[in-house]
Ligand binder design. Structure first.
Ligand SMILES: [Fe+2]
Length: 157
């Protein structure tokens, strides 16, 4: 995903900027977590989970870039420091030394949290008539909802 044309909002709501920065931090932490799980997953579902976790971290790596560009386009600063991302993210790091079921549960919870952050951005942006930011946030919320659904489906049955 990329933003080829960004209609800069002359006066973006502080809450939009704050939530975009929070979404960037959480996406950074979730990228590393999904890749750690991709490396360490074991068990009978190794193949599909190894692939799904890769799909998540590749999606999130690209999303980091888009989030950072949007933050810059709205006149703020894109802080990429890992220590700041970890300190402020509601999503925690994980060393990957856990079962595949715990990995799925953790990522599904994280994806719902990311979706909630993006939905807040969409809601506030729509109120501000910043349809470019709202459109991006809706698309990202849908991507996180889709990952949450795919992950949770492994725990059914
Ligand atoms: Fe790999």
């Amino acid at each position: 995903m990329s933003i080829s044309v960004v209609a800069r909002n002359a006066d973006p709501a502080p809450a939009v900027i704050e939530n975009l920065e929070q979404a960037l931090r959480e996406t950074i932490v979730e990228t590393a977590k999904a890749q750690t799980y991709h490396w360490n997953v074991t068990g009978m579902a190794f193949g599909p989970l190894h692939a799904l976790f890769q799909e998540i971290y590749e999606d999130h790596f690209a999303a980091q870039d888009t989030l950072a560009k949007l933050i810059k386009a709205l006149g703020s600063h894109a802080d990429g420091r890992l220590i700041k991302a970890i300190e402020a993210s509601k999503i925690s790091e994980c060393d990957g030394a856990i079962s595949s079921t715990q990995m799925i549960e953790n990522l599904a919870r994280d994806q719902r949290l990311l979706s909630s952050t993006l939905r807040q951005i969409a809601s506030i942006s729509e109120e501000q008539e910043d349809i470019v930011t709202a459109d991006f946030a809706i698309e990202r919320a849908a991507a996180h909802d889709n990952f949450a659904w795919m992950l949770a489906a492994h725990l059914e049955g």
